[in-house]
Design a binder for this molecule. Structure first.
Ligand code: PGA
Length: 257
């Protein structure tokens, strides 16, 4: 982590927890985490629980976001949610391009770029997830894949403030597998993403955009991952479903807690 960037720890609850369980977990996290001032904390429940969680956390410092969005407007898109619906439900952030969206649901790079622009137009901030598969890594294509995902995902995007955009580097082979990338692998990729962001947005903005690591983050590995200079937080899946684990990961980002 870098002293000039405020760490951002996000819990991606994926398709887990009913509405009542989501509200209960949010309330428990708020009770313990509200007093931590030097960190941004975001909770990403299923779309169905978004409104209830945001209502429960109204006035809190904890941020609430959506896991996916279809786009702008209204219309005949059965099963989908628009930016206006997410915003009114209380989402101030949205994940875009999570590997499960890309690989299980066929979301393309062009889709991610469109979503980022639609979200920005509605005033919702983006966490753009990027990451390579094991096959791509073994073929030496990691940086080429990340370049394409970043270039296409951010095409035409000019965030109002660098604090409104977060990149999450999530190697697909590390998500939900228990295999975390080594700190050397994370360092290499995050340093490269930082350089790319500086070129794309200019040095000052590129230095201010936060880069999260995601993929089997847990209390035991969070301290060493968060100690990597260009790791500015984490996107946590499995370990975010347990209050004690998520609290321990957040605390690892805030020295002295
Ligand atoms: P995981 O998921 O922590 O369970 O690996 C991370 C993510 O998919 O965001």
């Amino acid at each position: 982590m870098h002293p000039n960037r405020r760490p951002f720890l996000a819990g991606n609850w994926k398709m887990n927890l009913t509405v009542s369980r989501s509200v209960a977990l949010a309330a428990e996290l708020q009770r313990v985490l509200e007093r931590l001032r030097a960190v941004d904390i975001g909770l990403f429940p299923t779309a169905l629980a978004l409104h209830a969680v945001a209502t429960r956390l109204a006035g809190s410092r904890l941020l609430v976001g959506a896991q996916n969005v279809h786009g702008k407007g209204f219309g005949a898109f059965t099963g989908e949610n628009s930016v206006d619906m997410l915003r009114e439900a209380g989402a101030t952030w949205c994940l875009v391009g999570h590997s499960e969206r890309r690989h299980l649901f066929g979301e393309t790079i062009a889709d991610t770029g469109r979503k980022v622009l639609d979200l920005a137009a509605a005033g919702i901030r983006t966490i753009l997830c990027v990451g390579e598969t094991l096959q791509e890594r073994e073929a030496g294509k990691t940086l080429a894949i990340l370049e394409a995902q970043l270039r296409g995902g951010l095409a035409g995007h000019a965030p109002a403030s660098p604090a409104d955009l977060v990149i999450a580097y999530e190697p697909v082979w590390a998500i939900g597998t228990g295999h975390t990338a080594s700190t050397a692998q994370v360092d290499e990729v995050h340093t490269w993403i930082r350089g790319w962001l500086r070129e794309r947005f200019g040095a000052a903005a590129g230095d201010a955009i936060r880069i999260q690591y995601g993929g089997s983050v847990k209390p035991s590995n969070a301290p060493e991952l968060l100690a990597v200079p260009d790791v500015d937080g984490a996107l946590v899946g499995g370990a975010a479903l347990d209050a004690e684990s998520f609290v321990a990961i957040v605390k690892a980002a805030v020295p002295g807690n």
